[in-house]
Structure formats: C-alpha cells, structure tokens
Design a protein around this ligand. Structure first.
Ligand code: UDP
Ligand code: MG
Length: 148
C-alpha cells in the first residue's frame, strides 16, 4: 500500500470545491489517513516547492499557496501516488483530460486547485513535512469490497 499527499489549494477552498475534490479520491476507494485545514507559512510553501525554486513562477506560486487556507490530505491505497496523479490530471488544465479533477474544475496552470505527490519518494517527504504529528491508522470496513 502506498500513501500520497494531496493538497486542495487556496482557490479550491475558496471556490467551494473541497468536498468535490475529496470525493474523487474516496469514491475511487482510497483510505483517508490524514485531513486538516490550515494556513500555510511562506517557509512551508517554499520548502514544499523547493525543487521549483529556480523557476520564474516560484514567487507567484508561493504567494498563491499562502493566499488562503488549504486542505492537506493523506490518502492510502494500491498505487495511490501514480493513480492519485492520474485522477488529478495534467499540470496545465488546458491539457488536463476531461474527467480529471483539473480537467473538470479549473482553467489556468497558476490556479489549478489541487496538488498531488509525483513519486513515492516525494510523497514520503511531503507527508513528513505537512503531517509531522503523524497519520491516523485504521482499516475501513469496506476494504474487502475494494481489494480482492
Ligand atoms: N506552476 C505554474 N506555472 C507553471 C508550472 C507550474 O504556476 O508554468 C504551478 C502550478 O500551480 C503547479 C505547481 O506550480 O501545480 C507545481 O508545479 P509542478 O510542475 O510540480 O506541477 P504539479 O506537480 O502540481 O502537476
Ligand atoms: Mg509537482
């Protein structure tokens, strides 16, 4: 089982899309292991996106992530990282396929409403960064109806 980090960005929260976005992952069958609404410090945003610090859009990206509360989420399941990215869709909503979260709910790359870890290694790093308090361990009763 993999765990992945998903964050509903400030625009997703302000636009009232929290439950719609969360629903996609839960309806798929992933297990919720962490969930919280929080304001993001500049330091956390910069650390989270440190790989992109040389990009011209970095300053605007950090400002965007800190512009309002986000919802930080950890989901668990088989291939949760790659499948989570597939559910989210391409980075630029102009090319995100319809049926994906970004394809269905947003238009611009700088307002693409949701983040998902891009590899198992980044997921581990991001979960440690956003949930230093740890995750909630449990086994949903539906598990045998989702996995054979
Ligand atoms: N981003 C942007 N302009 C770009 C590329 C990315 O504003 O040209 C933002 C966008 O919000 C994206 C985030 O930076 O989601 C992180 O970029 P990354 O390439 O990691 O895309 P993601 O993993 O979110 O699909
Ligand atoms: Mg990324």
């Amino acid at each position: 089982m993999e765990t992945t980090f998903v964050m509903i960005k400030p625009d997703g929260v302000q636009r009232g899309l929290v439950t719609k976005i969360l629903e996609r992952f839960l309806a798929k069958g992933y297990t919720l292991r962490g969930l919280k609404m929080m304001n993001v410090s500049k330091q956390l945003a910069e650390t989270h996106y440190s790989d992109l610090s040389a990009k011209p859009f970095f300053g605007g990206l950090v400002e965007y992530i800190c512009s309002g509360p986000v919802v930080a989420i950890v989901l668990e399941g088989k291939a949760a990282v790659s499948q989570g990215r597939a559910l989210i869709g391409a980075t630029n909503p102009l090319v995100s396929a319809p049926g994906t979260i970004r394809g269905d709910f947003c238009i611009e790359v700088g307002r693409n409403i949701v983040h998902g870890s891009d590899s198992v290694e980044s997921a581990q790093r991001e979960i440690g960064l956003w949930f230093p308090e740890g995750l909630v361990d449990h086994t949903p009763v539906a598990q045998p109806w989702i996995y054979e």
